[in-house]
Design a protein around this ligand. Structure first.
Ligand code: NAD
Ligand code: TYD
Length: 339
């Protein structure tokens, strides 16, 4: 197979590229990425050593560029990770979320229709809105109504509707996965877990929104990658699959665990103003992907978070290249004027 992975220079996309190169050594993987602030080519340093991997800089919302790329490469499948992904940024500047997350998905699917290509949309459990904190018996299923709270999740929900419409109207061979919060290597340090690690390492305060009572359902990124791989190969077109591993933690539990593992004092915790519209609780019911496709998470949070903290502590240069902006020069260094 020849697979286009969009957004592959970001957190989950780069982990997925390594997962696929290892699991399917005969596959050809092309990464397309716009290299926004969240795209870091250094994440793919080792992938560049593999002859089955190549990189293309570009915007998924650029229809002309996508047409040229698809016409030239003749992909068998596209896995769309490319997105603006940070809720806080969607609150301060929503428009780019609409362009990339909604229009970009439409452009990619038009190219898939024209060149007969399978399409997988990487979505999020945030499209379902939130669950109350006092109803631990409630979980998101694939039939939970969409009720997005932030411009980010509304843009992802819109894209999901578009994917289902393209399947129904045009017969596009498309699937959707809706995963809970991921953690693991290569996550941009604006997100909660790498933010805690990088600030605590420097002895700086760690901001916790509101009272830290909000609950997230944490999944190791490798478990997300195995789910997407499975859906790509065995998923049924037109179907949605929830992905999660029943690892619910309050934000306060997460920050305390990370500080304890790092040997840092809890005094670093600093309660700050809450995020507007802050979703209370996410919790996934993953029965469908477990029963129909045989997927199961391998990591539990307590062991996964230890190896993740270790990874960041062993890769402080990677983190420093981001905090001092050096990572933005990686493309120029690799491609010079040729990009
Ligand atoms: P990320 O922000 O780390 O990476 C996004 C990547 O997309 C970056 O490399 C960026 O340069 C690229 N990109 C942005 N706009 C683009 C455009 N217009 N054209 C081409 N490339 C573009 O995000 P992530 O955390 O890796 O998330 C990947 C996907 O998974 C997103 O679709 C997100 O909605 C979804 N998701 C994330 C989580 C999570 O916990 N991080 C959970 C569930 C679903
Ligand atoms: P985040 O990593 O931004 O993911 P999402 O908003 O998509 O779930 O945030 C995870 C949780 O951590 C969320 O409830 C918001 C909270 N949070 C903080 O308390 N402080 C922070 O500095 C950040 C970035 C997030």
């Amino acid at each position: 197979m020849k697979i286009l992975v969009t957004g592959g220079a970001g957190f989950i996309g780069s982990n997925f590229i390594y997962y696929m190169l290892k699991k399917h050594p005969a596959y050809k993987i092309v990464c397309l990425d716009k290299l926004t602030y969240a795209g870091n080519l250094e994440n793919l340093k080792e992938a560049f050593e593999n002859p089955n991997f190549s990189f293309e800089k570009g915007d998924i919302a650029d229809a002309e560029k996508m047409d040229g790329l698809f016409g030239r490469e003749r992909f068998d499948a596209v896995v769309n990770f490319a997105a603006e992904s940070h809720v806080d940024r969607s609150i301060s500047d929503p428009q780019v979320f609409l362009k990339t997350n909604i229009l970009g998905t439409g452009v990619l699917m038009d190219a898939c229709r024209k060149y007969s290509c399978r399409f997988h949309q990487v979505s999020t459990d945030e499209v379902y809105g939130d669950l109350p904190l006092d109803r631990k018996d409630l979980f998101f299923t694939e039939n939970t109504p969409l009720k997005a709270s932030s411009p980010y999740s509304a843009s992802k929900a819109s894209a999901d509707l578009l994917v289902l419409a393209y399947h129904r109207t045009f017969g596009l061979e498309a699937t959707i996965s809706r995963c809970s919060n991921n953690y693991g290597p290569f996550q941009f340090p604006e997100k909660f877990i790498p933010l805690i690690i990088s600030r605590a390492y420097e002895g700086k305060s760690v901001p916790v929104y509101g009272k830290g009572e909000n609950v997230r359902d944490w999944l190791h990124v490798d478990d997300h990658c195995s789910a997407v791989d499975l859906i790509l190969h065995k998923g049924k077109a037109g179907e949605v699959y929830n992905v999660g591993g029943h690892n619910e933690r309050t934000n306060l539990e997460v920050v305390r665990t990370v500080l304890r593992e790092m040997g840092k004092p809890e005094e670093l915790i600093s309660f700050v103003s809450d995020r507007p519209g802050h979703d209370l609780r996410y919790a996934i019911n993953p029965s469908k992907i477990q029963n129909e496709l045989g997927w199961n998470a391998v990591y539990d949070f307590d062991s996964g978070i230890k190896t993740t903290i270790e990874w960041y502590l062993n890769n402080m240069d990677w983190l420093k290249n981001i905090t001092d902006g050096e990572y933005k020069n990686y493309y120029e260094k690799m491609y010079g004027g040729r990009g």
